[in-house]
Design a protein around this ligand. Structure first.
Ligand code: SF4
Length: 463
């Protein structure tokens, strides 16, 4: 490493798509001959990849920038770089109000970091998001930040949908998909390096390829990916409810390499609220979709796990509309639920709508739905006692070095709970069979030894 190599420390905030951008910047640092350090005190360059989606995320980004700015004051020669969505959204304001920041990069300016490290960059490096802004590809240097056996792969960036509450099209620009061959190349390279699970992400996974010429689609991409030897699970995130086709449901249910799992943000069930959100579908479509994931005629004997997100407190959400959502959740269709209180975001259509709900009421509704979901999860998990699950091993357990942590097919990394594995060992990324012996609202415990499992279950019966 050359004497003028920089030592770079990263903080990555926000969603998995932002994590992929951070990993591209890690690759850029390495390719430019600089070093990555995981102690900010050792670093001479501090980079925070920010999120600017909603109020809480913006505040977390600002707090992190100010924290790193403190560190910068203690260390001579340190430079502070702010990248990502907050920079993209408020470049001038941030440049004016945060003099301690040396460089700003936007949500599509990951490659610009090499000029910053080379000392050739202007302070303001945020590029306006034109018609077809940058998206990385299979030749872009990228360094995974998490465990090697499971990786996010961004198949498209940006979004062309008009959802009234969402600022992402402003932060990320118009949709631009990567060609099928580029995604296949990247995944094949990852698998050759030990990846066994890829989590496909985009702002709207289900319109993948519609912007390419000639156009293509998610199903065509999946048909190419499942031919990669060594790949075990392909997990689908951020599908759009009205764009989930029967062909996609069929592949999720019947293609062994596609995890029987779907992350599809429904946002609400009340047709009037969905109309005000400009989501382009209503209650009937929501029910049709959920039923199709449970319909033996479509999914056979497969158990498709459903993750979704709901937004409460949107302008116009009456008590009756909220109750309709509460009753829908109480029906127990949803395996993994995230609930967000609406946040008034300048530049969105919903910010101008009448019929506002107080922030306090929105937070109460969100808490009540999450409480309901936890009860439903406890009950549903209790039904899994004694069942045999296929579990991907993630590593030594956080709870004890004598145990392993893993996830069954219905659990995405970091968000859907885990399976704590007892009575056995296995290598990271391996798939093991295990029998559920204990359950909770979020996690499960399962034994890799059938006899030990039988004994544990018998003990439970005796209690
Ligand atoms: S599809 Fe998702 S990212 Fe796109 S505008 Fe709607 S909520 Fe935002």
């Amino acid at each position: 490493m050359s004497s003028d190599a920089r030592k770079v420390y990263f903080v990555s905030l926000g969603c998995p798509k932002n994590q992929v951008d951070t990993e591209v910047m890690l690759g850029v640092v390495r390719q430019a001959g600089h070093a990555l350090v995981d102690d900010p005190e050792q670093a001479d360059t501090l980079v925070v990849n920010t999120c600017g989606f909603i109020e809480a995320a913006k505040q977390e980004s600002i707090d992190t920038i100010l924290e790193l700015a403190q560190l910068k004051q203690h260390g001579a020669g340190k430079q502070l770089v702010v990248a990502g969505c907050l920079s993209q959204r408020y470049p001038e304001e941030l440049a004016r109000e945060l003099p301690e920041v040396d460089h700003f990069l936007g949500s599509a300016d990951m490659l610009g970091l090499s000029r910053v490290l080379g000392g050739e960059a202007q302070r303001m490096g945020v590029t306006p998001l034109g018609q077809r802004a940058y998206i990385y590809d299979h030749q872009t240097p990228r360094q995974l930040s998490g465990a090697r056996h499971s990786a996010y792969v961004k198949i498209a960036e940006g979004c062309d949908r008009p959802c009234g509450f969402c600022i992402i099209p402003v932060l990320r620009g118009a949709q631009r998909s990567r060609p099928v061959y580029s995604v296949v190349e990247e995944v094949a390279t990852l698998v050759a390096q030990g990846t066994r699970e890829v989590c496909l992400v985009a702002q709207d996974l289900t319109t993948y390829g519609s912007d390419l010429s000639p156009a293509t689609d998610l199903e065509t991409l999946l048909d190419a990916l499942v031919r990669i030897d060594g790949l075990v699970w392909i997990r689908l995130h951020y599908a759009y409810p009205s764009a989930v086709t029967d062909g996609l449901v069929h592949r999720i249910a019947h293609e062994p390499k596609i995890a029987t799992y779907l992350d599809v943000p429904l946002q609400h069930v009340d047709s009037d609220v969905l109309k005000r959100m400009r989501r382009g579908y209503g209650e009937r479509r929501v029910r049709e979709l959920v039923e199709s994931l449970r319909d033996p005629a479509k999914v056979g004997s497969a158990r498709v796990w459903l993750r979704t997100t709901m937004l409460v407190g949107h302008p116009g959400e009456t008590e009756a509309a909220y109750q309709r959502l509460h009753d829908f959740v109480a029906e127990g269709h949803i395996d993994h639920l995230g609930v967000f209180p609406w946040s008034r975001e300048d530049g969105t259509a919903s910010a101008l709508l009448p019929g506002r709900v107080t922030q306090r009421k929105a937070q109460e509704r969100a808490a009540a739905l999450m409480e309901l979901q936890a009860q439903l999860r406890s009950r549903a998990h209790a039904q899994l006692l004694g069942t045999r699950l296929r579990v991907m091993v993630d590593g030594v357990s956080e709870d004890s070095e004598l145990l392993l942590d893993g996830r069954h097919e219905g659990q995405a990394p970091g968000i859907d709970g885990k399976v704590v594995l007892t009575d056995g060992t296995a290598r990271v990324g391996a798939i093991v069979e295990a029998i559920v012996t204990q359950t909770g609202p979020h996690d499960l415990v399962a034994s890799m030894d059938p006899e030990a499992a039988a004994a544990a279950l018998a003990d439970r019966d005796d209690d």
